[in-house]
Ligand binder design. Structure first.
Ligand code: C2E
Ligand code: CA
Ligand code: CA
Ligand code: CA
Length: 275
């Protein structure tokens, strides 16, 4: 099975082959887009699998290109990383997410994705503090999602930064859990609060008892370590029923909700409205 990263790279290369002549143009456009702020966030629900209560929202970035239309993050995030623009773009995304979330009538938790390169910036923790100050979002409402790739270089440095972030009151999620090399060791060594089990583990959960056992294993380990476990990529009722049988966790996926603009989520703007 392909990992999320190789999937991403394949998608990127495919895109680049088709549009190779356009690459310079796309780079220029991305530079301008970061200057102009052409990015918006869609939000996808995270629900309790037993009650179906809404428990949080993940922010997913989109680039609204003036002529090419909406561009997926699988294209522009790697490009921004390559071009050295990700720190600034990441800061814009975090600012939009915290500004929007601070205005919601329901104090839901918001999860924001980080590029590993953002964590490497020497003033990253300070930049998070300043966004929280500026927007007034209580730190307890923010979750930052990182992947195991943050651990490839300076593990001790990363652990220290994650601890500083958690000391602010926010939480850290390990995204795409299970797709990296060091899954079990990171449970012991890396300070984080939430496990987001990669969608590849869910695909055949309803048909394959081994797949279900593996998900149950992660849920049990996570729970015993007092972590929140979120199952990603739930698309069918059968998958949902298998996950319910395991119990005690959160799910995210097209079955419950697609990522949508905050403006479409009425319950965020009206008091006393239930999901
Ligand atoms: P991710 O963080 O793993 O986000 C989940 C992706 O799975 C999203 O794709 C979401 O739309 C999609 N998804 C949600 N439910 C389902 C489902 O039931 N089935 C399937 N097949 N897919 C589902 P999206 O929005 O295209 O984002 C792709 C990736 O781009 C994200 O993967 C994340 O790695 C990255 N990304 C998105 N926004 C940001 C951002 O603001 N900053 C950074 N650094 N990366 C971002
Ligand atoms: Ca991913
Ligand atoms: Ca994520
Ligand atoms: Ca993920």
């Amino acid at each position: 099975a392909k990992t999320a990263t190789t999937e991403k790279i394949c998608l990127f290369e495919e895109f680049m082959q088709v549009e190779f002549d356009d690459r310079k143009a796309l780079e220029n456009d991305l530079r301008l887009a970061v200057e102009r702020g052409e990015f918006e966030l869609l939000y996808q629900a995270q629900v309790d699998v037993m009650s179906l209560d809404l428990r949080g929202l993940e922010a997913l970035a989109r680039w609204n290109h003036p002529t090419r239309g909406q561009i997926t993050p699988n294209i522009f995030i790697p490009l921004a990383e390559e071009m050295g623009l990700i720190t600034e773009l990441g800061q814009q995304i975090l600012t939009i997410a915290c500004t929007e979330a601070a205005s919601w009538k329901r104090p839901l938790k918001i999860a924001v994705n980080l590029s590993p390169l953002q964590l490497q910036a020497p003033d990253f923790v300070q930049s998070v503090v300043s966004v929280l100050d500026k927007t007034g979002l209580p730190p307890t409402r923010l979750e930052l999602e990182v992947t195991e790739t943050v651990l490839l270089d300076d593990r001790d440095g990363v652990v220290e930064i994650l601890n500083e972030l958690r000391a602010l009151g926010l939480t850290i999620a390990m995204d795409d859990f299970g797709t990296g090399y060091s899954s079990l060791a990171i449970l012991r060594d890396i300070p984080f609060d939430t496990i987001k089990l990669d969608k590849s583990f869910v695909r055949d959960i309803a048909e394959n008892p081994k797949a279900a056992s593996l998900v149950k294993l992660v849920v049990d380990v996570g729970t015993s370590l007092s972590k929140t476990v979120i199952i990603e990529g739930v698309e069918t009722k059968a998958q949902h029923e298998s996950i319910r049988a395991i119990g005690g966790l959160l799910s995210q996926g097209f079955l419950f909700a697609r990522p949508v603009k905050a403006a479409k989520l009425n319950f965020l703007h009206e008091a006393d409205h239930h999901f």
